[in-house]
Unconditional design. Structure first.
Length: 301
């Protein structure tokens, strides 16, 4: 028996365009210069890099807007999950290279003072990308075309990564004369668990393919094209958004804690966490819905 025969696909190519048309822009709190934020479905936010003419290169406005955007999303009760993608030919070309030359030509004679100014810039950029990891809502990055340098730093701070067949990746920092300093060296090895290949990719800065990214565990899905990438991302986001926000956001917070701490400490953390959260109405609601096979409706969080 063909079990899928009578199941209508949630999303297909034709209604991807419909999704684009229907997705309403987020309210004015989310208006930015380098990002476009929309709401393609209830509780699902879509953050799109919006400098296609510069291949979505990451300039100072981009870093400050990413931080503002994800700090807002963190506590926005209308948001339960976030999609990130790039407008135009690719995801992002990484650091805006015109910035790099400005950064090193800081108007200070003294090397120590120059160093402290650079320290602030690096810390600000780190804080910007860490705001994605600190956002309580699961963040799904959707990579098409190029994902270079700072792009790897950024997707490494996301929860889930999908890409399309045309994607290509490069940890490019060594080629521009620096050790990556805003997350790749810290997060990428922990995501992939293949120290040898990770080091090869970092030291050589060579391009790598979606297949290699899949084998590494950097991405968990490759789609045929950008439309199906968006469709698949939205499908996963909608599924996550239909679950208890207490359970999903608690899971993200505990996964991140466990990654950075010992098992014994993480067990203590989740025990303390759940001694509060198990008292939530979401627990009974979810359990009852499982028995009655009905779709539960959860209050905003
Ligand atoms: C404290 C800081 C920590 C952060 C460190 C991060 C480091 C990094 O990210 S290292 C990686 C830097 N990026 C690169 O090396 C990529 C450079 N760009 C490219 O290789 C190509 O442009 C690309 C493959 C992305 C796209 O190629 P395509 O043929 O499609 O387009 P182009 O004609 O090359 O580019 C179109 C215009 O965009 C400008 N542009 C592209 N990338 C950047 C960039 N990274 N920074 C600034 N501007 C960029 C390019 O100059 C073109 O502009 P125009 O000629 O005025 O049209």
């Amino acid at each position: 028996m063909n079990l899928t025969k009578n199941v209508r696909p949630l999303i297909n190519k034709t209604n991807v365009n419909l999704i684009r048309q229907l997705s309403s822009s987020a309210d004015s709190d989310y208006s930015f210069k380098t990002l476009r934020v929309s709401v393609p479905s209830e509780f699902v936010y879509h953050v799109e890099f919006n400098r296609p003419e510069r291949r979505n290169a990451m300039n100072p406005s981009f870093f400050s807007e990413i931080k503002n955007c994800f700090e807002k999303l963190r506590y926005d009760p209308d948001c339960r999950t976030v999609l990130i993608s790039g407008k135009g030919k690719g995801f992002t070309a990484g650091l805006d290279l015109t910035e790099l030359s400005q950064m090193v030509s800081i108007d200070q004679e003294d090397v120590g003072r120059k160093g402290f100014q650079l320290l602030k810039i690096i810390e600000d950029y780190q804080t910007s990308l860490s705001s994605i990891e600190k956002c309580h809502k699961p963040v799904i990055s959707l990579v098409h075309g190029h994902c270079i340098g700072g792009g790897i730093d950024l997707i490494a701070a996301c929860d889930i990564r999908y890409c399309s067949k045309d994607a290509w990746f490069s940890v490019k920092e060594v080629d521009v004369g620096l050790a990556a300093d805003i997350g790749t060296l810290q997060r990428f090895p922990k995501i992939t668990g293949n120290d040898s290949l990770v080091r090869e990719l970092i030291y050589t800065a060579r391009n790598f393919t979606p297949e290699e990214a899949l084998k590494l565990g950097l991405v968990s899905l490759i789609t045929d094209d950008q439309d199906s990438l968006l469709a698949k991302g939205l499908e996963t986001a909608k599924l996550i958004a239909s679950k208890s926000p207490i359970a999903v956001q608690g899971s993200k917070i505990n996964l991140n804690f466990s990654r950075d701490n010992k098992i014994e400490d993480s067990l203590k953390f989740v025990a303390a966490w759940n001694s509060g959260m198990l008292q939530s109405e979401d627990l009974i609601k979810s359990a009852m819905a499982s028995i009655s096979k009905e779709q539960p409706i959860f209050s905003k969080l």
